[in-house]
Design a binder for this molecule. Structure first.
Ligand code: NAP
Length: 333
């Protein structure tokens, strides 16, 4: 009943406005799902990692009418989804054995390795023809290596990290950056659209991670500029609110200004259940690693990392990452 009721919603989602981007150039063009919607809904979905992001994302899949099997290391976090109709698995391996498409949304590279390659990992339950979708933000190089091990089992793995934070996950308005072959992207894009307003094909395996990490590198550097400007303005007797509101009317306007600047740095609000300094440092370290491997100087990223490390030393590791402004204020002479 539930699945039939939601089919109309799904058809609406995949209707005339659906677009896919194909190939490295990621040029948008109208997209027809690879298979009819009825087949898509018949795919059994497994979801591993029900944290801040994973729980609402899995909820959208349940709401869309998919049969969803979930697993989380802390089992109590599965309860809200089980109450909404999801099934519980005993391990990531069990999830894989019961699913056609397995999604992982955990913290970092070692955690993706644990749930995929560990003794009770996805690798040991995955079946030929299945798809493993890692939506965590992790190292692009590790992504390619893990994808190789999945492929040796006759399945495919793609990277589909997200941008948009907890609000985007709850509202189903994430931007998802996908690294996959054209064929796999066409099969997976309709499913991803149940949790996103933007689904972009960035290239082959690892390309989604690379784009996501560079997105965050730019965001963090913008954050440094905003924090410096606010601190300098206040130290010179200029009202911070006047500064930021004026900037929204000129060439320094940005998403980061309106959100990270005006909603966090200006009022000094850095909640713990948001994107933390530790997670930001993780993403930044991967950006710097990519730069080093390519021989590209990334001085701006180095500065952002230094300030975040300092914020961590000051005890702000769990706070929302714009808290790096405290490191600037702490360094004032
Ligand atoms: P989170 O709330 O900390 O949740 C992490 C999830 O991973 C939890 O379910 C946790 O299980 C699980 N996990 C971690 N290590 C594990 C391991 N070794 N074995 C098994 N499970 C493990 O994180 P989140 O905010 O949802 O973020 C998830 C990913 O999305 C991260 O890669 C993050 O960088 C990225 N991201 C986050 C945001 C954001 O605003 N939060 C935005 C975009 C992207 P337990 O419940 O047992 O701890």
């Amino acid at each position: 009943m539930h699945r039939r009721r939601n089919r109309a919603k799904l058809e609406e989602t995949f209707g005339g406005s659906a677009h896919c981007a194909y190939g490295r150039g990621a040029i948008e063009r109208p997209c027809t799902p690879a298979a009819p919607e009825v087949t898509i809904l018949d795919e059994r979905i497994g979801f591993i990692g029900l944290g801040i992001m994973g729980r609402p994302m899995a909820g959208h899949l349940v709401d869309a009418g998919y049969a969803v099997t979930v697993w989380n290391r802390t089992r109590s976090k599965m309860t809200p989804l089980l109450e909404r109709g999801a099934a519980a698995a005993e391990s990531p391996r069990d999830v894989a054995a019961r699913s056609d498409i397995v999604i992982t949304m955990v913290a970092d590279t070692p955690d993706v390795r644990a749930v995929i390659l560990g003794p009770e990992g996805v690798l040991h339950g995955v079946r030929p023809g299945s798809i493993v979708v890692d939506m965590s933000t992790i190292s692009p190089a590790a992504t390619q290596e893990i994808a190789g091990q999945i492929e040796a089992r006759g399945a495919v793995m793609l990277d589909a990290p997200v941008s948009g934070g907890e609000k985007g996950a709850i509202d189903g308005t994430l931007s998802i950056m996908v690294g996959a072959t054209d064929e796999t992207f066409a099969r997976i894009a309709p499913l991803l659209r149940t949790m996103a307003s933007e689904v972009t094909h960035c290239g082959e395996a690892g390309a989604g991670q690379a784009v996501k990490i560079l997105n965050n590198m730019i965001l963090f550097q913008t954050g440094v500029a905003l924090a410096e400007a606010l601190s300098i303005a206040r130290a010179n007797g200029v009202d911070g609110k006047v500064l930021f509101e004026t900037l929204t009317k000129g060439s320094a306007d940005s998403f980061a200004l309106r959100n990270h600047g005006m909603k966090a740095m200006l009022p000094g609000v850095f909640p713990e259940r948001a994107f933390s300094t530790v997670y930001a440092l993780k993403d930044l370290s991967y950006a710097i690693q990519m730069a080093e491997e390519a021989g590209v100087p990334a001085l701006g990223a180095d500065v952002a990392r230094e300030l975040m490390e300092r914020a961590k030393e000051l005890g702000f590791d769990k706070e929302y990452w714009p808290v790096l402004i405290k490191a600037i204020e702490d360094g004032k002479s």
